[in-house]
Design a protein around this ligand. Structure first.
Ligand SMILES: [Zn+2]
Length: 164
């Protein structure tokens, strides 16, 4: 699970890629390069893909705009729980779904406020993870029913793009 690196200057902002090999704090704007981030032998530097908000939405992808009171921690909590209990029986039927869920967590982590452009595969693992959280932690998982309904509707549209 990638761990976000906090800014070495303000200690609260997170870095975002600026150009190949250079990064900038989203909060205070301090620059950094890869040499700023020493990694241990069992670590690697992961840079989540960033989506430009003005870029076209690829076919089948859906845009999720989180509610002002409900940022990335809500869907992120479902993914974290699903990854944690993904053993017997597995939550994710296909091995690549685990990587998709981890990638999506990185996306939510890098851009907590969205809007997010999510692929059909990402929406699939997210709704599976939401089902798991619904079953295991019903009261926590049902705090934002409107937002959950938006994700499930996007999932349906992504499977039937012609129906929209
Ligand atoms: Zn900073």
């Amino acid at each position: 699970m990638p761990v976000p690196i906090l800014c070495h200057v303000c200690r609260s902002g997170r870095y975002q890629p600026e150009s190949p090999g250079t990064y900038r704090c989203r909060s205070c704007g301090s620059p950094a390069t890869e040499s700023t981030f020493p990694v241990e032998s069992d670590e690697r530097l992961v840079v989540p893909r960033e989506y430009s908000r003005s870029s076209p939405v690829p076919h089948g992808h859906q845009v999720i705009t989180p509610d002002r009171r409900c940022y990335a921690p809500h869907p992120g909590a479902s993914l974290i729980l699903a990854l944690r209990v993904n053993r017997t029986p597995p939550v994710f039927r296909q091995a690549e779904d685990v990587g998709t869920a981890e990638d999506l967590l990185s996306v939510l982590d890098a851009d907590e406020r969205g809007p997010w452009v999510l692929s059909p595969a990402q929406l699939g693992v997210l709704t599976q993870a939401m089902d798991v959280r619904n079953a295991l932690l019903p009261s926590a998982s049902r705090q934002y029913p409107d937002f959950d309904a938006e994700i499930r509707a996007a999932r349906t549209r992504s499977r039937h793009p012609r129906a929209t």
